[in-house]
Design a protein around this ligand. Structure first.
Ligand code: DQQ
Length: 661
């Protein structure tokens, strides 16, 4: 990590009037556009433009990111569903049916929309390149798979409403994980064993190409059971028709497991004894546990005496995922791969706190147990996939590009009354590849699939933009609602004495100043900074002379609306000695997916601005450190919208792409 001034890069701005305080805020720093062959003209233009267009709102005071009256202490409670109302008591939807809370009742306790939302505001919130259904409610991704040239995504869906209930499997297909075509529902709740909901499940591709789908059904008596389904016609690339096994359920809660704490079977993996293993999350005496079954035919199963793993105090484990990662390698691994040079990742979605937690460790196939590398960082005690609004994730192995791809559900933080008014709720993240981080050896790297780059339009470069302590600098990129942002930051010490930085971390938000931070970007901000979402680094000195860095997202001033949840999210991120502080952000209207240090720490933000929308949404750099200048280099692409529409099934006979390629 570079903590000393960098003297190697000379920015355009260092020789311009960049540091001159301007009388008003009407000008902005000019972007540097890569126009090959016009470098001289371009440089002159930049110089001239910089004289008139640079803006720096420079002040000895902290950058004005937070109005004191809006300051709220951070809660250490789960990110949602707390302090919602005292009168009347509103039970989060889903809890009564033996599953986790799904949407937010009214914050104020009354059954109506409390902020004066307009249709224009609601329309703007809908994303342009993330997957979401045309209307109504969606939650977990289910059974993602690749088959005959098509990626298939199934998802928990309510065909009737924008709140959780009547859960059905929605189905969509894509050639590239970005552009999607909606298909008819794959499975609806129509049998005694799933009449209360076709809940979450996973796909297993057998060596002969057959597809096995295991899913949880909520029975007529609200018992959680596991069911088997398979495609009616494997030679149909669209996998339109699904057959539920006539002798379902194939698994019922075993003795000692509560009937409503037994769900979400994983993709199966094959052991050296020729038997498949499946693991299912549950809870025993407050411990999150993962039961293991062996099977040869997916219709009959043997329950193993031991758990794959358990962690006391972590509560019900939903949506367990279990897969190998290569210690050295740039490709993903199919789920059954095992042997030297492989670690196994165990992920659970914690029902109590609504976070997806994981740990890396070793899988012992002789007794089907998994042991974490670091018991202090066991599942639920250490790392999260994503420190923001993110839940119920699931991976699959993509044989086309030999990669493991991770899907996650981004839920809403407004109220369900607003979701009903919008007519939709929730979306999926941009799919992310998962690799072991062999530089740190302690975490995975998540990165948007490269297909998202096909959405890139024009780009703008900024090089060596110096941001002084207490400054905000607008980045003049035009509309700032659909972006792919790469930003590197270096810090230049001003030689000030160290301050007491005992309270490191994200807790105090973007206004919590210390010598080395925070600094970063303000996204989805309006020109007057009345609404903004800082995504930032906050390094602090450690007692041994090193640095500890946090990566954070502060949503507390993201919206003027008083009926949406917003808080500060974030966690530590390793920044190695030879690394700059680097972040990549995918901005898509009300969603910001933020990746620090190549995807070591990830935060998904869900924001509902009222002013910083449409053409009023802007992008800024900020530096709220007291003792360092920050030098930022950025490349920012505008992103196109994705094509996400119903499949033209009436043209199916003539649709060429049905042929695999
Ligand atoms: N969602 C499903 C359950 C799962 C939960 C129900 C996680 O199978 O445990 O919609 O969000």
């Amino acid at each position: 990590m570079e903590t000393n001034p960098s003297h190697t890069t000379t920015s355009h701005y260092e020789h311009s009037s960049y540091y001159s305080p301007l009388p008003d805020h009407s000008s902005q720093p000019s972007p540097r556009r890569p126009l090959k062959g016009y470098a001289v003209i371009f440089a002159s233009m930049i110089f001239l433009m910089s004289l008139v267009t640079l803006i720096i709102i420079q002040s000895p005071e902290p950058a004005s990111l937070e109005k004191p009256e809006k300051d709220q202490p951070l809660s250490t409670k789960p990110t949602s569903f707390y302090n919602i109302s005292t009168s009347p008591v509103v039970l989060p939807r889903g809890v009564a049916q033996g599953v986790s809370a799904k949407s937010n009742p009214s914050l104020s306790g009354h059954h109506g929309v409390s902020y004066n939302w307009t249709n224009a505001m609601f329309s703007w919130q809908r994303t342009a390149y993330h997957f979401q259904p045309q209307k109504n409610w969606m939650n977990d991704p289910d059974g993602p798979l690749y088959h005959m040239g098509w990626y298939h995504l199934f998802y928990q869906y309510n065909p009737d409403s924008a709140v959780w209930g009547n859960i059905t499997w929605g189905h969509a297909v894509s050639r590239d994980l970005i552009h999607w075509l909606y298909l008819p529902f794959a499975m609806v709740p129509d049998q005694w064993y799933d009449i209360n909901g076709v809940w979450t499940g996973s796909a297993t591709i057998l060596p002969d190409g057959k597809i096995v789908m295991l899913y949880t059904g909520d029975t007529v008596d609200a018992v959680q059971v596991q069911n088997l389904a398979y495609p009616a016609n494997l030679s149909d690339p669209l996998l339109l028709d699904w057959v539920k096994y006539p002798d379902n359920p194939v698994l019922i809660p075993p003795i000692g497991i509560a009937i409503d704490e037994y769900r979400d079977p994983t993709t199966a993996w094959l052991g050296p004894d020729g038997k498949w293993r499946v693991t299912i999350g549950s809870k025993v005496n407050g411990a999150g546990v993962s039961l293991v079954y062996k099977t040869t035919n997916f219709t009959t199963y043997e329950l193993l005496e031991n758990y794959l793993h358990e962690v006391p105090g972590t509560g019900m484990w939903e949506c367990v995922d279990f897969y190998p990662v290569a210690i050295n390698g740039s490709t993903g691994l199919d789920t059954s791969v095992n042997g030297p040079g492989i670690k196994h990742l165990l992920k659970a979605s914690l029902d109590d706190t609504k976070v997806d937690v994981y740990a890396l460790g070793t899988y012992f196939v002789n007794n089907d147990t998994w042991v974490p590398d670091n018991p202090a960082e066991d599942v639920g005690l250490g790392l999260k996939y994503d420190y923001g609004r993110y839940y119920a994730s699931k991976t699959f192995y993509d044989p086309k590009f030999e990669r493991r791809v991770l899907w996650g559900w981004i839920n809403e933080t407004d109220t369900e009354y607003e979701d009903l008014a919008k007519g939709w709720a929730s979306l999926q993240t941009i799919p992310r590849t998962v690799l072991f981080d062999n530089k740190t050896g302690t975490n995975i790297l998540q990165w948007p699939v490269e297909e998202v780059e096909s959405l890139r339009l024009n780009s703008t470069d900024f090089e060596g933009v110096v941001v002084k302590p207490g400054s905000v600098v607008e980045l003049n990129i035009g509309t700032a609602t659909q972006l792919d942002i790469f930003a590197d930051f270096e810090i230049e010490s001003l030689g000030l004495e160290e301050t007491n930085e005992a309270n490191g971390g994200c807790r105090g938000g973007a206004v919590d100043r210390s010598r080395l931070g925070p600094f970063g970007l303000l996204v989805i901000a309006d020109e007057t900074l009345s609404e903004l979402t800082p995504i930032y680094f906050r390094p602090t000195n450690t007692s041994d002379g090193g640095l500890q860095t946090y990566f954070c997202a502060d949503e507390r001033r993201s919206s003027k609306a008083n009926d949406v949840f917003n808080q500060v999210y974030g966690s530590q991120v390793p920044v190695l000695d030879d690394e700059k502080f680097s972040m990549r952000l995918l901005v898509d209207h009300s969603i910001v997916e933020s990746f620090a240090q190549g995807g070591r720490t990830v935060i998904t933000s869900r924001v509902y601005p009222t002013e910083a929308i449409y053409g009023a949404a802007r992008l800024f750099l900020f530096n709220n450190a007291t003792g360092v200048n920050v030098k930022a280099t950025l490349k920012i692409w505008q992103l196109n919208s994705a094509f996400i529409h119903p499949f033209p099934l009436d043209q199916i006979d003539t649709v060429k792409p049905l042929q695999p390629f």
